[in-house]
Design a protein around this ligand. Sequence first.
Ligand code: SAH
Length: 215
Amino acid sequence: MRLRNIPHAASTIQGHQAVIKRPEDQKGCWKNVFGNDNPIYIEIGMGKGRFLMNMAKRFPNVNFIGVERYSSVLLRALEKYDTEEFEGLNNVRFICMDARELTNVFRKGEIDRIYLNFSDPWPKARHAKRRLTSKEFLDIYDQILAEDGRLEFKTDNTALFDFSLEQIEESNWKILQFTYDLHNQEDMNEGNVMTEYEEKFSSKGNQIHKLIAYR
Ligand code: SAH
């Protein structure tokens, strides 16, 4: 997702209390950011943030961090966060960064769950390493995720989903569960929180795929 350049996005983000401005300074200290010992779940590429904020509302005893590369997109999430719907939601923070840098920001074991929702497909083979479920990224997640942590991935892109299943296997991660049709798979769909892209693509008739992986 890339929105048209929004003037002042960077300065608005810098001034927002839910945005962690120098996330690398918090490495190893994320519990202090939230002021409690609750588990920390992150969404990488959270876009406009509906999933992240609705999850945070539903699970007040979990801390959520949204990671987004583009300031123009993060700005949209912050606008939503500032509405009445999410007033008083104090278990959410945002970081504007590239997922490539995650190991500079989180220490081993600091993250309990990683969500990837409708990640960019990068369809050209020569761009495979940029896919957020590539072996290269799984190695990064391995360095921040708790031993019993898990990765949850949703997409409507079958080629990307199949690629992800292969990469997970090749990286010696394990698949706990997967489905090509989440919305018609009762037990995996229970409690499902929809993302913006999920709404959009499922209303077009696309099937939503989901996998849960662990090591
Ligand atoms: N998760 C949202 C948005 C999906 S679009 C939803 O399901 O509705 C994918 C998002 O991931 C985009 O906003 C894009 O900017 C972000 N993204 C892609 N690569 C990224 C990376 N390397 N680091 C951080 N964010 C990334």
